[in-house]
Design a protein around this ligand. Structure first.
Ligand code: FES
Length: 270
């Protein structure tokens, strides 16, 4: 039986005559990936446009989905960097200056590209599985050519991670009786921001910033040290990509439940 044929002229993909040559449950990975991404997109979209329950004034907990809050209708105290002079309509997120860049940073991430190319766009679906698409132009044409902008979104993500770090740090200065305090919410925000840094610094573009465009690390001990550290993180980039989707969701959910009065924040100190 001839299962495969040579690549079509002009194509670099092998043609598989059979629907698949696989006998294992190869579809489990793409299916779970698609479900995981869809769940996050649905939750995050609903929350971003809710424009409510994003801020716990008592302890200065701000969900990362609304940081920095820049609408004139942001709740008092939540806009630590000030606001624009307009109240936003429902279809504009309060974190208008950061969310588009965060979205583009994730969307163009090398790992997420692999994930949604395979599980959503089916190009390719999996090894030895026939592709539904007749042609393949990769990232050589628009709109996928724009994926190359990822290196610039990385710098925006660093700035936004600094904002999230500030949000987490400043919440420690708002204990139940004023002054320094630690509640479960502080730990949730802190864990989220640490993992966000792990995801951001493990980015392939960050690795290139540290060690790229060099013929040799000779005489550059600092860059070599940074590059080896980032390279170690980089081996776990997929793990951080998924973990941070989970921690972003859980952090936001925790703030939502506190802000809506559904639960109270357990205090460990003050
Ligand atoms: Fe994933 Fe840069 S490669 S964030």
């Amino acid at each position: 039986m001839t299962a495969t044929t040579s690549p079509a002229p002009g194509s670099r993909r092998a043609r598989i005559a059979a629907r698949t040559l696989r006998t294992d449950r190869w579809w489990t990975g793409p299916l779970l990936t698609a479900l995981g991404l869809a769940a996050f997109v649905v939750y995050a979209t609903a929350r971003v446009f809710q424009q409510d329950h994003y801020w716990v004034a008592e302890h200065h907990y701000l969900t990362p989905f609304y940081s920095p809050c820049v609408s004139a209708s942001c709740e008092p105290g939540s806009a630590v960097f000030g606001t624009l002079p307009w109240e936003f309509p429902w279809f504009l997120p309060y974190a208008l200056v950061s969310l588009p860049f965060l979205l583009l940073f994730r969307f163009t991430c090398y790992y997420y590209r692999k994930a949604y190319y395979r599980s959503v766009w089916q190009a390719p679906t999996a090894c030895a599985v026939r592709e539904p698409h007749r042609s393949y132009s990769g990232e050589t044409r628009l709109p996928l050519l724009g994926q190359n902008l990822h290196r610039y979104f990385f710098y925006a993500a660093v700035l936004i991670s600094l904002l999230n770090t500030y949000d987490a740090a400043v919440s420690f200065a708002h204990g139940a009786e004023g002054g320094f305090g630690i509640g479960l919410g502080n730990l949730v925000l802190l864990a989220n921001v640490v993992l966000l840094w792990c995801y951001t610094l493990s980015c392939h573009s960050c690795r290139h910033v540290m060690g790229g465009r060099l013929r040799s690390f000779g005489g550059r001990p600092v860059r070599y040290w940074l590059w080896t550290r980032v390279s170690r993180l980089n081996t776990r980039h997929m793990l951080f990509a998924w973990t941070t989707l989970a921690t972003l969701t859980l952090t936001d959910l925790y703030v939502l439940l506190l802000s809506s009065g559904t639960i109270a924040d357990p205090r460990l100190f003050n």
